[in-house]
Design a protein around this ligand. Structure first.
Ligand SMILES: [Zn+2]
Length: 421
């Protein structure tokens, strides 16, 4: 029944989702780009607008001290459990309108629909609009979902932004009692789970011509800051055989990392930062620093690659007479997602005539934090324009947004039937 009901109104939700995405994109820190970082003026304006929208959709709304806007659409009966839906409303610098926000707006229009048609489900729905996921202003990330998952680390409070302002001070200036953050952790027993919709941020769905994917797990990552020390010298007077060129050594290391990470499809490795401190065109690099980011769908695959890569760095350094050191700066475990929710999301898409792809997520998401609290799942929505995200070129087709909404509605109504049975 639910499937038929959802199918009947094809593209009922698409236009509303698209216009809300445009609406929220009017607030930015930059006039010609979409930038909404933690606790900026634009960030507060978006939060205030979400409060208005969620209230109008029939939810009880509060903004918690870390900046999450939380809307609650009550169950048909008291003492019911709660299903969490949501994603983040902050953006990267010069970002897109759908990263994070699609996962807020799709559930929002569905709750508007349930409210309009006077439907209450046998569980509460809470829409979590997470305040911070991207780690742009403070180099942390997941601030909103960390707090709710009970994973907020007090060490975060000492992290500083580019102006040297510690997170602690930014929070205190916003009137937040930092001692209260621990109390944001939710109780497991009250929850059914967490489901997050997100744009894919890659081209797999586009290439397969499928609108949605069910995410099978979130990749584990390990990051290093690598320093190569050689010897600076005159670019004109030191013969090639006498050089200990830190830049050339780093180049060889980067290629070794790339080669190793090409061996397995679910393994990826990236050097996103590469620096020659005090470098000049006429100086042999005496020092070179670069970042290494290795991810895989299992911790084992990730760690095997990391060990091989670090050992090849050492070999290259020995061979070239330079020193290399690698400091681990981040390690995130691969995260399996709830098979129970994966099955039901897949069945919902199939009832609407689509066989969804099954994809691992190479990026971390709020679901990575939430999965430590409650069974969690994710659905990816096709990203247009070659799959580009974290860019103003990021697009989602209206029909795909609509389809994702109908899948989520079908999923919710079927879950409701299961709970009523
Ligand atoms: Zn995101």
């Amino acid at each position: 029944m639910a499937g038929i009901e959802a199918q009947a109104g094809a593209n009922r939700f698409g236009p509303r989702i698209m216009s809300l995405a445009e609406h929220l994109a009017q607030w930015s820190e930059q006039p010609d780009a979409l930038t909404v970082t933690y606790f900026s003026e634009a960030h507060r304006k978006v939060a205030a607008e979400l409060d208005v929208l969620l209230r109008a959709a029939g939810m009880e709304v509060r903004t918690d001290p870390i900046g999450n806007v939380v809307g609650r659409y009550k169950a048909a009966q008291p003492n019911a459990k709660t299903l969490l839906l949501g994603s983040h409303y902050d953006t990267v610098r010069n970002g897109g309108k759908y990263d994070g926000r699609l996962g807020i707006l799709v559930p929002l229009v569905l709750i508007e629909h349930l409210n309009r048609t006077r439907q209450r489900l046998p569980f509460n729905i809470e829409l979590l609009c997470f305040s911070e996921e991207e780690g742009v202003r403070f180099p942390i990330g997941y601030l909103g979902s960390q707090a709710i998952a009970g994973k907020f680390d007090r060490k975060n409070l000492d992290a500083t932004d580019d102006d040297g302002i510690p997170l602690r001070k930014a929070l205190e200036e916003a009137g937040v009692d930092v001692g209260s953050l621990a109390s944001l952790a939710r109780k497991q027993d009250d929850l059914l789970g967490y489901v997050e919709l997100h744009i894919e941020q890659g081209p797999s769905l586009l290439n397969a011509d499928v609108p949605v994917a069910i995410v099978t797990g979130i990749a584990g990552a390990v990051r290093h800051r690598v320093t190569v020390e050689g010897e600076a010298g005159h670019a004109g007077t030191v013969a090639m055989q006498f050089r200990r060129d830190a830049g050339a050594a780093a180049a060889e290391m980067i290629l070794a990392l790339e080669k190793r990470c090409q061996e397995i499809p679910s393994l990826v490795g990236t050097v996103g930062q590469l620096l020659v401190p005090n470098g000049a065109m006429n100086v042999i690099p005496g020092r070179c620093e670069f970042s290494s980011d290795i991810r895989a769908s299992t911790n084992g695959v990730r760690d095997a690659a990391m060990m091989d890569v670090l050992s090849s760095f050492n070999q290259i350094a020995r061979h070239r007479g330079v020193k290399v050191s690698a400091e681990e700066v981040l390690r995130m475990s691969a995260i399996p997602l709830s098979p129970y929710f994966q099955e039901r999301l897949k069945a919902a898409a199939e009832r609407l005539g689509v066989s969804p792809l099954l994809l691992p997520s190479g990026a971390g998401h709020d679901a990575a934090m939430m999965s430590s609290l409650t069974p969690s799942a994710m659905m990816f929505v096709r990203c247009g324009n070659g799959g580009v995200s974290h860019s103003p070129l990021e697009i989602v087709a209206e029909e795909d947004a609509d389809f994702a909404a109908r899948v989520l509605l079908d999923f919710l109504l079927n879950l409701a039937e299961e709970h009523n049975a």
